[in-house]
Ligand binder design. Structure first.
Ligand SMILES: Cc1cc2nc3c(=O)[nH]c(=O)nc-3n(C[C@H](O)[C@H](O)[C@H](O)COP(=O)(O)O)c2cc1C
Length: 347
């Protein structure tokens, strides 16, 4: 049987979770050089930034690395839904003196596309991972065509079987504890979402491809527990968020270090899709799941100026303070050190 290390070409069966907005090439390079699979999240990068980050990874390591993309279908913008969203936020615009008419509309995150695939072809990254399903068959064939291994997140058994049937080389079992966006894509019914220890053994039993456990894994014991349940490896995100290689803001770092990190919830208010973050003022007052938020990723533009104004005053009241349910692994040490500590769980 092929191990995850053999599949990925790494020393350790450990994937550093791609985390859009809080890390870039520096963390990917550090983790890959430490024997794990470093990841570059590309969901929020334009073509020039992506090219720069990929070049930085190439310059920083000759080890395997992963590039990560969202593959949602962008919604049709709806003037009515946007108006509903702006109306829900209006009291806050008034509080901060923001002229609602000056706020641009538009997407906050773009899906994997033919243009992106062409750009990636120049770099031929050894591993590509996807969140929210997979791109079209033709685009996926292009990715496989340059020899890349493909990973994708599943949150239910049905999604995992769907990904395996369409050619994913390994499946990431994303438990409900995980920080950031839920990767669900077949059903938007959140009652179908499972915790890591419920989801993982069910996927291990149902799949032929290796299963990577994600969500709530914060230390070596968590890694060992996931491996005992049949995981071929782990993907860890939150535990890396206080490292010097992370670009986590000072406000976000302070929240992760505080008691507030014990209370996270799924919220759609920041982007339009449920994602796990530390509960803050806007989540308490409008949600955490709010009907007024337009579809992913259209909620982003309406809330962005509130975040900017609040953060300028030192407040995270309107910021997406993404975190998993278990922030106890967050330490202000290097990404290499976090990787080495987690690696002790592969006993
Ligand atoms: C700040 C943050 C940003 C994230 N962004 C992404 C992303 O861009 N792409 C992705 O596939 N997963 C993303 N995730 C989810 C991770 O891939 C993974 O499922 C999660 O971090 C695992 O749970 P943990 O945070 O408890 O370790 C993000 C998670 C966090 C905490």
């Amino acid at each position: 049987m092929t191990t995850l290390q053999q599949l990925l070409g790494t020393e350790l069966p450990l994937v550093q979770a791609p985390m859009a907005g809080v890390q870039g090439s520096a963390m990917a390079v550090a983790v890959s050089n430490a024997g794990g699979l470093g990841s570059l999240p590309c969901a929020m990068l334009g073509a020039d930034a992506m090219r720069g980050e990929l070049a930085a990874i190439r310059a920083g390591t000759d080890k395997p690395y992963n590039v990560n993309f969202f593959c949602h279908t962008p919604p049709e913008p709806s003037a009515e839904r946007e108006a509903t969203w702006r109306a829900a936020l209006a009291p806050y615009y008034a509080e901060f003196g923001i002229d609602a008419a000056s706020i641009p509309t538009g997407p906050g995150r773009n899906p994997f596309s033919a243009d992106v695939a062409a750009l990636l072809g120049e770099f031929r990254p050894p591993v590509v991972s996807f969140h929210f399903g997979l791109p079209s068959e033709a685009l996926l064939a292009q990715v496989h065509g340059w020899g890349a291994k493909v990973l994708a997140s599943a949150t239910t058994v049905a999604e995992a079987l769907w990904l395996q049937a369409r050619g994913a080389d390994a499946v990431i079992a994303q438990g409900l504890e995980a920080g950031g966006h839920r990767g669900h894509f077949l059903s938007h019914d959140l009652t179908r979402q499972l915790g890591t220890f419920a989801l993982l053994p069910q996927l291990v039993r149902a799949l032929k491809v290796p299963v990577i456990a994600a969500g709530g894994i914060a230390d070596a014991d968590g890694v060992a527990a996931a491996m005992a349940l049949g995981a071929a490896g782990v993907q860890v995100g939150t535990a890396y968020m206080l490292t010097p290689e992370a670009t986590t803001t000072a406000i976000h770092r302070a929240a992760l270090k505080s008691e507030a990190a014990r209370h996270t919830a799924l919220t759609n208010l920041f982007t339009g899709r449920p994602a796990r973050g530390i509960v803050n003022r806007v989540m308490r007052e409008l949600g955490p799941i709010g009907a007024a938020a337009p579809e992913f990723p259209l909620a982003t533009s309406g809330i962005a100026p509130l975040r900017a104004k609040a953060e300028a005053q030192g407040s995270g009241d309107f910021s997406p303070l993404w975190s998993g349910q278990n922030a106890t692994g967050c330490r202000e040490v290097s990404s290499a050190e976090v990787t080495q500590a987690l690696a002790k769980g592969f006993r």
